[in-house]
Design a protein. Structure first.
Length: 217
């Protein structure tokens, strides 16, 4: 990930936090350096740069690659959002923003812009088959009709079968990061997925933490 930010007081903790999240971070402080960087998978771009305007950097980056660009800025006016997105930014975050929100947006942007990263073959977990490309689910060869949210929930749990996914992670991944609705929403969806899969053990509750995909034959 390329972090383009001239303010060291923002860039340093941001880079450290992103590294803790598992991202490999490269930091630059100017638009010129940003345009010279290559081999980058995601760009986090501050608009207020000392040399070239961030919008211009965004336009030039977009002109030559499909790299996901997340614009971060202190400017929050509607017009800037529109201009940023029209210049090819994939998302737009206004300072100050929460770190969790930033990470969720980065994940969303990289998912959205990299459909080819989805495995070509359906994932097989025992008798459960999840096809992320067609968004179809089968149990023992029989198709299960899930709603979009139910599918996202199951796909999220299936990313690492057997590993606990916390309620917060599910909210961040499956629901909008701005979601402040009742946390019961997750339970309602989990109950529905269990019912549709025909065996409640597919989705195990880890009390007080979250859920994990069960290991059924
Ligand atoms: Ca700046």
């Amino acid at each position: 990930m390329l972090v383009v930010e001239d303010d060291d007081a923002i860039a340093a903790p941001l880079a450290a936090g992103l590294e803790r999240e598992g991202f490999e971070v490269r930091r630059v402080a100017t638009g010129t350096a940003a345009l010279e960087a290559d081999g980058v998978d995601v760009v986090l771009l501050d608009l207020g740069l000392p040399d070239i305007d961030g919008f211009e950097v965004c336009r030039r980056l977009r002109g030559r690659s499909d790299v996901p660009i997340l614009v971060i800025s202190a400017r929050g006016e509607e017009i800037d959002r529109v201009v940023g997105l029209e210049l090819g930014a994939d998302d737009y975050l206004v300072k100050p923003f929460g770190f969790r929100e930033l990470v969720a947006r980065i994940r969303a942007v990289t998912r959205r812009t990299a459909p080819s990263a989805e495995p070509a073959r359906p994932q097989q977990i025992g008798s459960l088959e999840i096809d992320r490309r067609t968004r179809r689910v089968r149990v023992a060869g029989v198709e299960v009709a899930l709603t979009p949210k139910e599918f996202d929930l199951l796909a999220c749990l299936a990313e690492e079968p057997g590993t606990v996914v916390t309620r917060q992670e599910l909210l961040d991944e499956v629901w909008d990061p701005h979601w402040y609705g009742p946390s019961r929403t997750i339970d309602v969806h989990v109950a529905s997925v269990r019912k549709k899969l025909g065996d409640p053990r597919w989705v195990e509750t880890v009390r007080g933490v979250g859920f994990r995909l069960g290991a059924l034959p």
